[in-house]
Design a protein around this ligand. Structure first.
Ligand code: ZN
Length: 144
């Protein structure tokens, strides 16, 4: 009878329940080192096991991908997420637009509030100014 009694309460073997718990921890967004610590194994154990067991390795890759997404999902949808994480959902897109509009109004305080029309008005205004300028300089050129 040589039943392994050492390490009771903390798995010395990376058995099936430990694997499942580890994958679950990684899936939930835990970093690999934290996930290993969470189930009480050294962080090299799952990594070594993933190389030895291709099926587990594939599951771990999948869990890592989902976990990374979960970590990203933990970031609120806002301008930062739009700019840095390239999220193009409605919330982030709006937050980025509002953020840009807010900074634009800061520098051009004479503009009336109403970011909805600002985008449509701008090009017309720029064109009108351009035409006025060139026709004025044209007239000035003719006058001199
Ligand atoms: Zn978003």
């Amino acid at each position: 009878m040589t039943a392994p009694r050492r390490g009771r309460g903390r798995p010395t073997v990376f058995d099936t329940p430990a694997q499942a718990a580890y994958l679950q921890a990684v899936l939930s967004g835990m970093r690999l080192g934290d996930a290993a610590a969470h189930i009480g194994v050294n962080r090299v154990v799952p990594a070594r096991y993933a190389r030895a067991d291709r099926e587990f390795g594939a599951l771990l890759d999948e869990a890592k991908a989902v976990g990374a997404k979960v970590r990203v999902e933990g970031v609120p949808h806002d301008e930062y997420r739009y700019n840095v994480l390239k999220c193009r959902c409605e919330v982030c897109t709006r937050a980025a637009r509002v953020g840009r509009a807010g900074r634009r109004t800061d520098t051009t305080a004479d503009e009336p509030p109403g970011t909805e029309t600002a985008g449509a008005v701008h090009p017309i205004r720029a064109e009108a100014a351009g035409v006025g300028e060139s026709s004025t300089s044209f007239l000035l050129a003719r006058a001199s």
